[in-house]
Design a protein around this ligand. Sequence first.
Ligand code: ACO
Ligand SMILES: O=CC(=O)O
Ligand code: MG
Length: 723
Amino acid sequence: MANYKKIGTLQVEEGLYDFLHEEVFVNIDLHYNKFWDDFSDLVSELTPINDELLKERDQLQSAINNWHVANPTFSQQQYKQFLERIGYLEEEPEKVKVTTDNVDDEVTVAGPQLVVPVNNARYAINAANARWGSLYDALYGTDVISESDGAEIRSNYNPIRGEKVVAFGRSLLDQFLPLEKGSHHNVTDYHIRGEALIFTLENGGSASLKDPSLFRGYLGNKENPTSILFRHHGLHIELVRDEKDPIGSRDKANVKDIILEAALTTIIDCEDSVAAVDAEDKQEVYRNWLGLMNGHLKASFKKNGSTIERHLHEDREYIGLRNDRFILKGRSLLFIRNVGHLMTTDAILDETGKPIYEGILDTVVTSLIALHSMNGKEKYANSELGSIYIVKPKMHGPKEVAFSNTLFNRIEDILGLTRHTIKIGVMDEERRTSLNLKACIKQVKERIVFVNTGFLDRTGDEIHTSMLAGPVQRKNDMKHTEWIKAYESSNVYAALSCGFPKIAQIGKGMWAAPDRMKAMLEEKVVHPLSGATTAWVPSPTAAILHALHYHQVDVSKVQEQLLAKTELFSYRDELLKIPIMTEKLLAKESIQQELNNNVQGILGYVVRWVNQGIGCSKVLDVHNVGLMEDRATLRISSQHIANWLHHGVCTKEEVYDTFKNMAKVVDQQNQLDASYEPMANNEANSIAFQTACKLVFEGHKQPNGYTEPILHEGRKAKKEEII
Ligand SMILES: CC(=O)SCCNC(=O)CCNC(=O)[C@H](O)C(C)(C)COP(=O)(O)OP(=O)(O)OC[C@H]1O[C@@H](n2cnc3c(N)ncnc32)[C@H](O)[C@@H]1OP(=O)(O)O
Ligand SMILES: O=CC(=O)O
Ligand SMILES: [Mg+2]
């Protein structure tokens, strides 16, 4: 049982209260008595509005369910008219122009966006530091470089693989930083003459850059620079030279690495990659965010036999072309993703003794903590321009976005911040938001800094919303359906038509296969090609490799072309095409294969969530490919089976048997984890197993198909069992 401190009309869990008073209300210009009074008022005022918004979600969903039952013969036109009638489809505003100011450069330059669970300090610091990363390491350690012809990854350095890496790197330099004659493959030395960089070539000749303005600075001396800095498409590339280094000494120009500016922005996640179910967990979440904001976060861990102390990287200093010194930020610009409007938390109880909305708590506390990066007393400032960046997920339609805007306004008043200091990233990941996107943007046009296609949640919502329309397509076929193509395009078009270029990011979704980097390099270029200025990656290595796409594609040019041909037309009709299975009957084996795949993912993810409190995992699929699983991918898998069950594509017994069979597989996959508790043969007592089943068997009843309520219940029960 949690213990609470009464303060005003609120009751605050003691640990959280002490954390706020001892660690947060220090070094900031805010009196806590007034803060608590204001916070109590905020909760009283906004709770009923939040309640109403959730009620409206449920009402719309039941109206849609009833309509499908009453209209078994589907007419697209009637469906659309019905959605307009119930207010699900709102009138599209004519003209919306975003006017957000004090937006940091990292937001306006096109580049990768990394996401990391906030409660993993080791990863979170790594993510903040992933602004810069080694291209050679990213190539050497991944499948981008093939292991053929003696180039396999070994326990010690493989020089054949190393040569392939260097050759790959030099070919990239030829693409991004071409010489007026010759190739980077033949460069043996570098000198600086005046403001120009001169490349010595193998044949004894010399060359300069085709576009000399790309050369920006150096380190060392002009005759023998140890670092050479370029900027291309707004992103930096640094050649690092060292004749004594094992790699540098082998290289004909003593280049030991190519460092790329990679994760310009990082989303520190309190939401779908995190399992935080009570005040104790929320404290950990907020403490790490505090450490990132005041710059003091540290992590100590053992790796390859040695102890590593990880902390935030310093800024980087270079010599400019006129011998001036300049600094580049050493860390990514951090956004914080709060939870959505759905869940409540008993970390704080309101005047009636009820848990308050977690989304409200997150916005209040994460903004409060961000003051530590703005007080001028710490070594690092997250935003050079004094902005706070919050990502708000899972909002359904303009009214919910307007509610977030009200919440942000109220918090700015409580914290004494200028209006619109708190920026918002709007996840376009619920169907009602995609369909009314311009109206959503309008609600936050003075503070919006991104829209992002969270296609994973969006797929879950697609399935849940049309649960009664019929059996949906197989999960992997969903990627090729009409609605999803329309969704990806309409998101870019809506943002462009609202004036996003040079003000706000147009973002694309996660690459959810962290080990398939070759495939990512081949495929994820579609994001900048579509006019998006950023896209999510799961790891620093992926950020480095995805950065290459922003060198390949000049996104600002793509956006200009798209804008020139707009007539920005409406995609609503395509967006409303429900992804119903086209086959009349699927073969038994195909159904079983689909169930195996989904159930394996569900169990593999849920068992760590419930038993270990891990909110994001790499889980093997049926083809043994490690996939990033989080709550959004869980929403898809659980809703998918719930849908097939509802329409009799499979039976409850078949699904339950699949759960039992897959439990054995997942146990096997985790056998090296000493803290793992097997599920097979213990199904009835395994809270994890029961939670996973419940997500499916009670899936159609879950609010918008969300997994949070059942996951939280399971994790809380497990925590009690452990105590
Ligand atoms: C739909 C959505 O909402 S998507 C958003 C939510 N998803 C995410 O946030 C994904 C974040 N990514 C992750 O959590 C992880 O990459 C996983 C779980 C997918 C894979 O994790 P692992 O199996 O541990 O990765 P792997 O063993 O390949 O690599 C581990 C190394 O990479 C680093 N790493 C991996 N992911 C990240 C990350 N997101 N940020 C920073 N560092 C990371 C780790 O710090 C570790 O390096 P270290 O040993 O020097 O500390
Ligand atoms: O949050 C991202 C998503 O795809 O969902
Ligand atoms: Mg999401």
